[in-house]
Design a protein around this ligand. Structure first.
Ligand SMILES: Nc1nc2c(ncn2[C@@H]2O[C@H](COP(=O)(O)OP(=O)(O)OP(=O)(O)O)[C@@H](O)[C@H]2O)c(=O)[nH]1
Ligand SMILES: [Mg+2]
Length: 457
């Protein structure tokens, strides 16, 4: 234990501050441990004790590994763990057997065996063999970023569809990783990476899992069909939709709640929202739009998750306008917008009209450089910028209706019914000349009512 710590101090990349700050309590430290004991203890103590995780990233220069590692830490904390140490290793590429170099691996192994940590989380995806090799060396469960995110999703899914989607993604991800994992099944008792609906299924054989996957796909297809019908009906009824998309924890749900009293759970945590909630919102031009909250994004969102949440994200893909919310008080504002744009492109809707909402501006003193015509400076918390947001939203949406004052003669009163059916009437008065209306008229019937428009009122 001591030697691993002092080594850690000397080695660049090992976050010594974290190691010092979050040292495990002295009892039991240095006690020899057999393989598997860690997981048993984890189950016993699961309720009152947080898992202590070593977080590992390899910097191959492909992306900003430090930022990604910091985000991994946030994800681990969200999943209920605490950081025991952070390790960043610069390498030309991943080691095919163990991802990181053998020297660094034995350092981490020593740290784990000395009771410094009971979980190792890798920022990159691990192959089944890599997972097994690292697990054998460290004697504690080893998971990767995808498993971690899936675990958070499993904890947070609320609706039937959300739960099915998470279970499907978990099973698909675990299936190839079950082969030959021998001892690994014993670790499926609890803790990060093992929660969620998949637990009982995982103790049975792969065939059973495959059957379960097929059943889940059927159920989801059924739900997706229903969702599709709903979307088609909305479209037919001419409902305009605005989807709130963006990075996790930027304030999407807070905004929906502030604008519509939706009562969606808001938390200072990643992935508070997994299921789309929609609420009606009135625009200044009198139009009503449907506002849809969506699942938050993270950088390098695992492909399985995009796949799993495709139907949910399709709500965004099918919207008439996107509100891309980002956190103006973060150093990562640009990256948050970029991640969202990339995902929209992946969904094939990169060219959809989009407003960029710079939220949490109550936390900043200067307006960010990003500011422009299609940008709104906003605070979901204080309400600052709401007027601007609604104005720009109305302007960004293709006009479907026009507000008009009309005088419809009684022999054409069929038109009044038509206006009511396709638009909205604000006031109606019966005069000797006919029905006077103040109404939002569907642009598709403008030609029919043009001669009855009252000008100059
Ligand atoms: N200061 C400040 N805090 C805000 C503002 N908007 C949201 N927050 C806080 O940011 C945190 C995250 O808010 P949520 O609305 O849950 O964020 P979200 O984007 O829906 O997050 P996910 O559902 O996890 O993707 C909460 O603690 C909010 O109180 C804002 O305008 N100003
Ligand atoms: Mg939310």
């Amino acid at each position: 234990m001591i030697s691993s710590l002092s080594l850690a101090h000397k080695r660049p990349g090992f976050n010594a501050k974290n190691l010092e700050k979050r040292l495990p309590p002295p009892q039991g430290r240095g006690k020899p441990r057999t393989k598997g004991e860690g997981s048993r203890r984890m189950i016993e103590n699961n309720v009152e004790k947080k898992q202590r995780a070593v977080l590992v990233a390899v910097d191959t220069g492909e992306y900003d590994a430090q930022v990604s590692l910091d985000e991994l830490e946030e994800l681990a904390v969200t999943a209920g763990a605490e950081t025991a140490a952070k390790v960043l290793q610069k390498r030309g590429g991943f080691d095919p057997a163990t991802v990181i170099g053998s020297g660094r691996l034995s350092e981490i192994a020593e740290f784990c065996k000395g009771d410094g940590a009971d979980l190792v989380v890798f920022d990159c995806e691990l192959s089944p063999a890599q997972m097994r090799n690292i697990e054998d060396a460290c004697g504690v469960p080893v998971i990767d970023r995808t498993t971690l995110i899936l675990d958070i999703f499993a904890q947070r899914a609320v609706t039937a569809e959300g739960k099915l989607q998470v279970e499907l993604a978990q099973l698909r991800y675990r299936l190839p990783r079950l082969t030959g994992l021998g001892g690994a099944l014993s670790r499926l008792g609890g803790g990060i990476g093992t929660r969620g609906p998949g637990e009982s299924q995982l103790e049975t054989d792969r065939r059973h899992i495959r059957r379960r996957i097929a059943a889940l796909q059927d159920q989801l297809a059924e739900l997706e069909k229903r969702r599709g019908l709903l979307r088609a009906r909305r479209k037919k009824e001419g409902v305009t939709t605005v989807a709130i998309v963006g990075y996790t924890n930027v304030g999407k749900s807070t905004l929906l709640n502030a604008l519509t009293n939706a009562g969606v759970l808001v938390e200072d945590k990643l992935f508070a929202t997994l299921d789309p909630t929609s609420r009606a919102l009135s625009l200044p031009d009198g139009r009503e739009v449907l506002l849809i909250d969506t699942v938050g994004l993270v950088r390098r969102l695992p492909h399985q998750l995009v796949e799993a949440f495709k139907s949910t994200l399709e709500e965004a893909a099918n919207a008439d306008l996107l509100w891309c919310v980002c956190d103006a008080s973060s150093d990562e504002t640009d990256e948050q917008v970029a991640v969202t744009r990339r995902l929209m492109e992946e969904l094939g809707v990169g060219d959809k009209p989009m407003l960029v909402l710079l939220n949490k501006c109550d936390l900043i003193s200067e307006a960010p450089l990003l500011f422009g015509e299609r940008t709104v400076l906003l605070s979901a918390k204080t309400g600052f910028g709401f007027d601007d947001l609604l104005q720009k939203t109305a302007a960004a949406l293709a006009p479907t209706h026009r507000r008009l004052r009309l005088l419809i003669p009684y022999d054409r009163s069929g038109l009044v019914n038509e206006i009511m059916a396709g638009g909205k009437v604000f006031s109606q008065e019966y005069t000797p000349e006919g029905t006077r209306l103040d109404a939002l008229v569907d642009v598709r019937i403008l030609h029919k009512v043009a001669e009855f428009v009252l000008h100059g009122e």
